[in-house]
Design a protein around this ligand. Sequence first.
Ligand code: PEP
Ligand code: MG
Length: 588
Amino acid sequence: MEIIRLRGLGVSPGIAMGEAFISERVVFTSRRESISERQVEEELKRLQRALERTRQELTELKEHVRERIGNEQAFIFDAHLMMIDDQMLLSSLEKIIREEKVRSEWAISRVNAHFETLFDSLTDEYFQQRKTDLSDVLARIYRNLERKRNKKEDSDKPTILVAHELLPSEVALNISRKKVIGIALDMGGQTSHTAILARSLGIPAVVGLHDISLQLKSGDFIIVDGTDGEVIVNPTPAVRREFQSKKERYEVYQRELKKIARLKPETLDGVRFKPLANIELPEEVKAAFSYGAEGIGLFRSEFIYLQRLSLPSEGDHLAIYQKMASRTYPRPVYIRTIDIGGEKSLPQLNIKKEPNPALGLRAIRFSLKNRELFRTQIRAILKASARKNVRLMVPMITEVEEVIELKLIVEELKAELKEEKVPFDENLPIGVMIEVPAAAVLIESIIKEVDYVSIGTNDLIQYYLAVDRGNESVSYLFKPHHPAVLRLLDRVIKVVNREGKEVTVCGEMAADPLSAIILLGLGLRTFSMNPIFIPKVKKALRAVELKTAEKAVAEALKLKTAREIEEFMIEAILRRHPEAFLMSQIVS
Ligand code: PEP
Ligand code: MG
């Protein structure tokens, strides 16, 4: 058997080695199988039995997922159960079987094709998503017409899940099972739901592999290297040994990480810093703390919308924020209001496609144009703040007027809640993200209006350097250490520190050891990042003296290019603190 090596995007680190299980899609029949008049009733019963099995299966799945992952994922099955009981769906299927005298398979295939054409004519993302859900349910009924249980799927043997992409229910189902030790997908990106869940569950995953699901068959031995984004099919014994030892190194590294997680976050000369975590789901809180987070520095609330079929109510928001607040308590949680619009479209709303989404109606701009949605969200955040560990954070501020408007809304809602005698934190800290260069330039005025700021370097660099953060062809220009970027950061951090207020960085930059040392030298003390990077950054910051970092950065700021800055900083830090970058070496 020939060895195949495939490159993709490593979205959850670690190495998994084992047998592949191809999660195959149901292919609806294209064969119209007729039955006689006499067989019609029996066929209808067969369909009913399949529906009943599907109902049972979905109810079990829902419970299973609720136990393993939580209510947020289990809601998918409520929607699917509702579809099963939908009278229109049922009568369409029965009508085809009765009138055309055909097998249920053909009826399901017809109904699926009908809805596909219907939904395809509507370009709205909401309907596209519903199409996926409906196909998911129809495929389940289809499979249940034949009572063939997939033995492999039920076995407890550790397997690596390989698929084209994972449907909503498959994501929740498959990775809720303990037997899945790795994931490899044709499709997907860093922020896909699968990626996030895999990371929080510690399952190595590689996505964006193009056609791996076609190149493999179930039972093939594969290696998933989620750290370097590689998948190896049918490895030779030598390659297996190589990865076995990489796996062991990674496990040692993980144990080391957990040890670091428990160490005090302070520099060599005893200056405290605060590592916080960026997360998207309340289920990630526990893992974040195990990596040493001292709070949740960025809770990206848009996932509340992306997970639902309908618009979340105040109660839906509140349930999640309360969960966040109580799981995090007494540590802080910075809840960011939705950063949606543009390319992160909201399926429940009819958002127009924009020609230039990054510069369009996104984040606070969208929220201020959709007041009721915004008010609902802020009311829930206020309500969840009663124990005083919640902070309100607003993305994409461009001008002071937006901050003033935001504060007016918060004041109005506080008055409402007071009237209703609902407890909340009267001093709920209000902060804004600095991610538009104009806001960075205006920092003196903005900081006077808020309690803290959080610098979103992902967007700030994108807008400052005019480099699309998601565009591969210009990624070589996305330079966090570009002298212009560092000078801008220097200014923001200094101004906020002078005001005696808090400044954090919650962009990816905070997760890189060299960048973190630079930021420390610029005066930053609070770093928020994907939790898996906390130990690495903590290790780097614990290995340096503040003085060294400050002195080196002051010199580096005078240099002309990112490269000069990097070389200079590495030299200056390594000379005094050779162990500062040790962790980054172990990982690679
Ligand atoms: C950022 O822009 O740096 C940030 C943290 O926000 P997001 O990545 O969600 O845009
Ligand atoms: Mg941003």
